[in-house]
Design a protein around this ligand. Structure first.
Ligand code: GAL
Length: 353
């Protein structure tokens, strides 16, 4: 009996020793928090690799991850791919990341009305999705509690763009310089983003409405799609200038790149008027154009704040933790970052080093 008990306790001791040693090898120490740490794999899928605003977001995400790795010691694999404006390509990219066991997908949809395939794949594989910047329709977002959206409030961007114009027109001296023909009505053109994009729709309709509600008399000469792009903005503006050689007093652009394209065309054509030009985003080039008084104002689209929210959420989902308190969810789904006005008066605050 004695021998058997001794044998048992000896073998128990050996088992415990082996388990402890295994724990040491795997985790480096006895506590459960020191169990082997898996890498976090985050995929970021953008609609197009040539969009300047989206590019600043993904650059910020990369910076955020490197910093987080330093703070936590966890390895974060961040893969960023563009879809060249093809939803089919993006669907395939999603499939590939899922088959490579990515923990979270951050998706900037090509076609915001066509999220079904991606959501199906994500649900089948239990991979959470954070959509960003191109807002899926409500019914799609409602399909699963592991789908989120991060963006800006399109309506607010349009209201603030209108406020820049209202502030200028409310100053009699500025009004007189903008109203070149002195007829009391501001003749304007609109450069629109992509057809069907929530920001295009809202910015195009709300900004002029706000101006009219403020009591100003406006006449729209023309509107053209320029797909958020500077070159297209320039081409469309050249055409508008040719159509309205002495009439355009104001250019309302759905984003900065198109506003800058309009300024390019105005300069190239030596346009005899000096139209009031406003954009949206606050890109570095736009800030510089405000500083040099070529662009009259823009609305800051908080790329850094949005990118930070997306990464904080992706990281929490990856390590299976609750979101940190600064992730302020609306309806358990949406995170909206506020916009703000940038004009010559406060541009210094936004100019980056
Ligand atoms: C908008 C932004 C545009 C463009 C677009 C892409 O919010 O103002 O410049 O980047 O998103 O979806």
């Amino acid at each position: 009996m004695k021998t058997i008990r001794h044998y048992c306790s000896r073998s128990l001791t050996s088992v415990l020793t082996i388990l402890f040693a295994a724990g040491m090898i795997l985790g480096g120490c006895g506590s459960s928090s020191m169990l082997p740490q898996k890498d976090i794999k985050i995929a970021v899928l953008t609609y197009d690799e040539h969009d300047t605003f989206i590019d600043s977001m993904t650059k910020y995400m990369t910076k955020w991850c490197r910093q987080k790795e330093k703070e936590t010691g966890k390895r974060i694999t961040l893969s960023v791919v563009g879809a060249k404006k093809s939803q089919l390509t993006q669907n395939d990219q999603v499939q590939k990341f899922i088959s490579e066991s990515y923990d979270v997908l951050c998706v900037n949809l090509v076609d915001r009305t066509d999220a079904m395939v991606i959501i199906d794949k994500a649900m089948e594989s239990d991979t959470p999705v954070i959509f960003f910047n191109r807002e899926p329709v409500e019914e799609d977002l409602a399909r699963w509690d592991k789908i989120f959206y991060v963006g800006g409030l399109a309506r607010q961007s349009a209201e603030l763009q209108a406020k820049i114009i209202i502030d200028a027109l409310s100053d009699p001296k500025k009004f007189a310089s903008i109203d070149a023909n002195g007829n009391g009505t501001i003749q304007y053109v609109i450069l629109e983003g992509e057809a069907g994009h929530q920001d295009t729709l809202v910015r195009t309709s709300v900004c002029p409405k706000e101006l009219m509600n403020a009591g100003f008399s406006l006449e729209k000469l023309g509107d053209e799609y320029a797909n958020w792009d500077r070159d297209q903005g320039r081409t469309r503006m050249r055409e508008l200038i040719d159509r309205y050689p002495f009439q355009i007093e104001m250019v309302i652009a759905n984003n900065d790149d198109m506003a800058l394209g309009a300024i390019d065309a105005i300069e190239e054509r030596n346009y005899p008027l000096d139209p009031f030009v406003v954009g949206i985003n606050g890109t570095e080039e736009a800030l510089e154009a405000i500083r040099t008084m070529k662009l009259d104002g823009t609305v800051y689209n908080d790329y850094a704040g949005q990118a930070e929210m997306i990464m904080e959420m992706a990281y929490s989902l990856g390590v299976d933790e609750d979101f940190p308190p600064d992730v302020d969810l609306t309806f358990d789904k949406y995170v909206f970052r506020p916009y703000s006005i940038i004009t010559y008066d406060n541009v210094q605050k936004y100019l980056r080093q």
